[in-house]
Design a protein around this ligand. Structure first.
Ligand SMILES: [Cu+2]
Length: 258
């Protein structure tokens, strides 16, 4: 009797398990988006939250995205801070969820979609730190041969940021005329979020970095020399200079104080 009841119980548990597994499979029909990114990329995480809010399942892979971008065939000229894959398509950068949904509906013959760089106002680049600023940007449909056409256009809104407009999307690269200007103000400001002295890395929530044409965001930098990190602590306000060296962002100078 005891054995039989045991057997029934086990059978029921098994059935329930199967049912749960089935529901688990059947219920979220939402597509899975794999996202390659730096573990400390703030705007990448904000973009992931945007996708999740629009019903996508997301698997984040914190390995950086440059190698995977290359492997998946996304042209480097269209590069942004994260690279994703969903149902065979490649998604580069802060592409709105609605455009990914449309892509999966229409299923065009293409490599995928890209929003190059990191336009302010795109999903994940629209936090309170940007003060409601929205720059215009395009979502590009990218062919396997690298050709692009505009898939969607976001006009932006005319909130005027004070000061220079280094971060504007589509702006001509600053030429000789701006060089003196840039040299004069290439110190950026930020706040230390994290220090990894062993790895020679520092995470900064920073303002615009004119020399890198980078908008305000939280991001991980290499430091030129680990000695630069001495005396620094998370929470400190800093001024710093950074350069792009072989695809990595490197802090070359940093000092405490606003
Ligand atoms: Cu970003």
């Amino acid at each position: 009797m005891m054995q039989r009841r045991d057997w029934i119980r086990r059978g029921l548990a098994l059935a329930a398990g199967t049912l749960a597994a089935r529901c688990g499979f059947a219920q979220p029909r939402q597509p899975l988006v794999e996202v390659w990114k730096d573990p400390h990329c703030g705007c990448c995480n904000d973009w992931i939250r945007h996708l999740q809010a629009h019903g996508f399942r997301v698997q984040a892979i914190d390995s950086g995205n440059a190698a995977m971008r290359q492997r998946l065939g996304m042209p480097p000229a269209l590069a942004s801070c994260h690279t994703a894959r969903v149902e065979g398509y490649v998604i580069e950068g802060h592409v709105p969820a609605a455009d990914i949904q449309r892509l999966l509906r229409e299923r065009p013959a293409a490599l995928g979609l890209a929003v190059p760089r990191m336009p302010i106002g795109s999903p994940g680049m629209d936090g309170p730190e940007y003060g409601g600023r929205r720059d215009p940007y395009d979502v590009l449909l990218v062919q396997r041969n690298g050709a692009t056409r505009i898939y969607a256009s976001y006009p932006g809104s005319a909130v005027h940021a004070s000061g220079s407009d280094h971060g504007a999307h589509g702006a001509a690269p600053s030429g000789q005329a701006n060089q003196a200007d840039a040299a004069a103000d290439d110190w950026a400001t930020g706040e230390i979020r994290r220090i990894d002295a062993a790895a020679g890395k520092i995470t900064l929530r920073h303002g615009p970095i004119p020399s890198l044409d980078m908008p305000p965001m939280t991001m991980v930098f290499q430091v030129r020399d680990a000695a630069l990190l001495q005396g620094l602590q998370p929470g400190m306000a800093v001024r710093f200079r950074a350069q792009k060296v072989g695809g990595a962002y490197v802090v070359t100078d940093i000092k405490a104080g606003p």
